[in-house]
Design a protein around this ligand. Structure first.
Ligand code: GLN
Length: 456
């Protein structure tokens, strides 16, 4: 049924970069057999999943939506893909993204843009826009995304779906093509909180192949959701509204109105809603756009035209390692990726390191301390997931205009805390709005509990 749906609508939506129907169907058959033999390891056994094309799949092309990896067939599976295979969830295909996950609109893919199922003239968010659109357009019931600065939560928000960025280290980064390693966090996307929880439980695992993998990664989230769905109350839960992210310049009125309506629902469920200030959030966006490019510039050094992926030789002059590298990287990377590599190498260069990268790391520590202090006052923190609803293609051509919209999602990545975006109705423009919930590290269960109650 999902393959039929993809055939019917993906020409217009463009969520997938490739679909492997034969492979998905044979995995579905294997899942059927496992179920009949009582060997289903998850409730998602046999339930198809879409996977962001930043995540390597053995024998199946993986591109990071970049020309530099066009046609590359990985010889191994990411750990999270191994977990999907162990649970026998058929992989429908690989979804579109901003090249190397750099962007917030999926307009920066080398292989064409993805449309928002709510309005095909608008962006589906990004960088996991393909995964969000696939779920939003009913092409896949669940999907995997990655969140370095909001790339799961923001596309979920603008497509009316649920997206979770787990605690950093919960889902292995092994086989997830690196953008900014200290921030990269794979996670689940779906149309309901329970479905995200079920997928969370499949992909989360401790992995010795990822040195930052948590030994005690939060799991069993589906049980948390079901318990919350029974009680449907949040008596005594202390909710902190992040005052720095509660509307103001740059926020749509309809987004703020929807956010405040959701706060009333929390109060009705018995929660105590108060305002909490995290004063250094003012500088979080600036710190992110120094740290992220710095790490990305180092991670992307591996695309040298020699090891794997694209190789372009210079059309004139000598063929040396350096000229091949320059020709390959010049042809293989898109503008947004080049911009961030240049920015990243600049802030890491001698003479600028302390002023830019060093200062940004200090701000990161201050943001982490703000969160630590906030947890004394609140059990969860909340804000709109994104300041605006889905914008029209081309509306944010100026890179800074796009970067600024990440203000609401970036703090969680700097602090490594888990976050969820949950649909909170429509804005006055008729487009979906996301409600963001943040919790302390390893307290992912709070997101699922609150999400389950609010969703009802
Ligand atoms: N939009 C942010 C950026 O462009 C976040 C990207 C992400 O989370 N991968 O960097």
């Amino acid at each position: 049924a999902h393959l039929d749906r993809i055939a019917a609508v993906d020409g217009a939506v463009g969520a997938f970069l490739n679909v492997d129907a034969e492979c998905a169907l044979s995995q579905a058959d294997a899942a059927d057999v496992a179920r009949k033999e009582g060997q289903a390891t998850s409730e998602l056994t046999g339930v198809p999943v879409a996977v962001k094309d930043l995540i390597v799949t053995r024998g199946q092309v993986t591109t990071a939506a970049s020309r530099i990896l066009e046609g590359w067939v990985p010889p191994y599976d990411a750990t999270l893909v191994r977990n999907l295979r162990a649970a026998r969830t058929p992989i429908l295909g690989k979804t579109n993204l901003d090249e190397f996950a750099m962007g917030g609109s999926t307009e920066h893919s080398a292989f064409g843009r993805t449309a928002n199922p709510w309005d095909l003239g608008r962006i589906p968010g990004g960088s996991s826009g393909g995964s969000a659109a696939a779920v939003g357009a009913y092409e896949a019931p669940v999907a995997v995304g990655t969140d370095t600065g909001g790339s799961i939560r923001q596309p979920a928000a603008v497509t009316g779906t649920v997206g979770v960025k787990p605690t950093y280290g919960t889902v292995s980064r092994f086989g997830v093509i690196a953008m900014a390693s200290s921030l990269d966090t794979p996670g689940p996307m779906a149309r309901t909180v329970l479905d995200t929880a079920l997928l969370h439980d499949v992909i989360a695992s401790h992995d010795p192949l990822d040195s930052t993998s948590l030994p005690d990664a939060p799991r069993d989230m589906a049980a948390v959701v079901r318990a919350a769905q029974e009680g449907r109350e949040l008596t005594g839960l202390r909710v902190g509204v992040i005052s720095e992210l509660d509307g103001g310049e740059g926020y749509h009125d309809g987004v703020v109105a929807s956010f405040h309506a959701a706060l009333e629902l929390l109060e009705a469920a018995g929660a105590q809603v108060e305002t909490v200030s995290l004063p250094h959030l003012e500088y979080a966006l600036d710190a992110y756009y120094l740290i992220m490019p710095a790490e990305a510039s180092s991670n992307l050094a591996r695309y040298d035209g020699m090891r794997y992926g694209l190789r372009v030789e210079p059309t004139s002059g000598p063929v040396t390692a350096e000229t091949v590298m320059a020709a390959t990287r010049g042809a293989g990377f898109g503008d947004e990726v080049k911009r961030r590599i240049i920015l990243g190498t600049h802030v890491l260069s001698a003479g600028y390191y302390d002023a830019y990268y060093g200062s940004a790391q200090k701000v990161r520590t201050l943001v982490q301390r703000d969160f630590a202090a906030a947890w004394d006052k609140a059990d969860i923190l909340v804000s709109p997931t994104a300041p605006v609803t889905a914008y029209r293609f081309g509306e944010k051509d100026d890179p800074l205009a796009m970067y600024k919209l990440d203000v609401t999602t970036i703090p969680a990545n700097l602090a490594g805390v888990p976050g969820m975006s949950l649909p909170s109705g429509l804005s006055d423009d008729g487009l979906p709005v996301g409600f963001q919930i943040l919790a302390p590290q390893r307290a992912d269960d709070r997101l699922y509990r609150v999400g389950a109650v609010l969703e009802a």
